[in-house]
Design a protein around this ligand. Sequence first.
Ligand code: GLA
Length: 730
Amino acid sequence: MGIRYNEEKRLFQLDTEHTTYIIGLTEEGYTGHVYYGKRLQGMGSGYPLRTDEEPYTPSVRKGAKCSFLDKFPMEYPTGGIGDYRESCLDIRNETGSIGSELFYHSHEIRKGKEKLDGLPASFGTEEEVETLKLICEDPVLHIKAVLAYSVFETRDIITRSVQLINEGSELLRLEKVYSACLDMDNEDFEMLSLRGSWARERQIERGRIRFGKQRMSSLRGESSHQEHPFIALATPETTQETGNVYAMHFVYSGNFIAQAELSQHDQVRMTMGIHEGDFCWQLKPGDVFQAPEVVMTFSDQGLGKMTRTFHDFYRNHLIRSPYLYKKRPILINNWEATYFNFDTEKLLSIAREAKKDGIEMLVMDDGWFGKRNSDTCSLGDWTVNEEKLPGGIPELVRQVNEIGLAFGIWFEPEMISPDSDLYRAHPDWAIQIPGREGTLSRSQYVLDLSREEVREYAYESVARILRSAPIAYVKWDMNRQLSDMGSSCLPADRQGELFHRYMLGVYELQERLVTEFPDLLLENCSGGGARFDPGMLYYSPQIWCSDDTDAIERLRIQEGTALLYPLSTIGAHVSDCPNHTVGRTTPFATRGHVALAGTFGYELDITKISEEDRKQIPGQVELCHKYQNLIQTGDYYRIASWTMEKPYDCWEVAAKDGSEAMVTYVQVLSTANGHSRRIRLKGLADTAIYRLEDTEERYTGEELMLLGFPVKELWGDYQSRLFHFVKEAE
Ligand code: GLA
């Protein structure tokens, strides 16, 4: 049983296989946070709430209520009434004041988990998940807050979300609604986050938390290249295998906050939710607001355990696509091959050569519609450019299929170019502030997806093409961040809803798409990996990770991404050299090995690359077939992260039953007078015998895991090796 309520002690205990979470109610009905951490065998007590210590609770000492609120570990703190730490809920009433206070009213414990209206969220059967709903009320505002905790017992995951219902007669303005809070005593925590930039996404950052607030956030209208909707607090010296880690990840793709606040009594408040900047939601009497979901986990075995918990959770309870474990077609994308300069003949020549080497799908990227020969026009005009593609999409698809390849296509449905027929007909469809010239980014504006007719147009632009031909794959791109927030359809006092309404619009479109085209393989993308987040994973089983395809740059980008996301979700391609983003030349084999730690595909002009590189493609294709299942289903272990002092990178994917393991080793820089390096494997069976494929070398599992496997210094920079260990005997 995952959730228990001890009525006498007024405690809720949420147990997963290895963790326990305890919520306690005070006499007044405040919901307090008692404990999160390693699994308790018995039932816990409520003493960590410290209600028997100064300043006591308000019912004992009303005169010190403010001091109480300012240190009490609150499950869902509200703003304006004397808890000066970050609040999760700020509500402005009709008098214009901000202030709310929530008291426990009742609770429900149910098997299963409900969908979140209009939002992506994790799911599970009645056997897999149990949900606690704490129903709290503000007696003055007459607002009901339902704090939902879903416990995935075997996954060590608790998800949280909040629903607000206006049961009064006043118009309320929600100025801030976060989804989760975790109040803990500080354990000298370090904060772990992912930061980046275009082409440099998700670099792992770690540092001791300081007094005050440290936040990762986005006000860019998407989860962003720059900061990721994730935060973890880890005890000092946490490694891949040791240390306590508390992590939160947001199932949302828009503006967010992920914050740690260290306050006066050495307490830490960890919060996550929609960013309150430019957010104000009107809640009329009877209205309901649903906040997105936070996925929470605790690991007492370091970062590696946290990583594998997220991977397993997302594979089993978030990604819905039938492609999750299915063989994904090995694709070749023409973006880096041709950019905008292509026509049917060029695409078919790529397809013909690709077919010879075993590649399975051609993806036509940007530039096939309107008069788009550069990135300055035509977004919104989703009619094929017949000068480039005579006969249109159906004819092109027919010819590509005839060669023996499946066909995929690129769209950017959320955007509008000022130089487009669409903009000339509907300038008000762009998000903009009346009277102010909109700020362009990549020469484009963003469509106002809060409007139904705009959503309808965007949807039909894509669906019409998909209905016209057998198209197997869509790359759904989004190449600018939002600014100039103004919608011509929202009244002045509701403009603060636009960011969130935009996101709800995107989700609605993608939901429609995967419903109408259930067999479509959808890959989300945003100027590379700016919308690589759990929200998008609900719709697409893979997301383009970064526009930087350089194998060495990709090491850190993919390491940061794989900290949370299964390798099967990470869009990764082999591209040409010198690399188009950084100008580096790396061996073709290394590019292949790095792309194998993702979805694998090509992004180059196969008709032009060197003979030497070309010859390696069939072998790489074979490797992809061989390892795809292991990569999709296995356990991922980070063995080494390269630095200038230790210039090699290494990761492993081990089958869950310990029957095989694939180890990828990349020597970023070579060292003079180098010595062999010992790689300690993980996830093997101690006493089983493993053979290193293509050799007669045999090792026991414990030898490989404890003594390690020696890798000799390789000749030259950017060299890589793939080792495959296969179990021969128990
Ligand atoms: C974005 C994508 C690229 C490519 C271009 C096309 O930058 O990340 O892969 O599709 O757009 O304009």
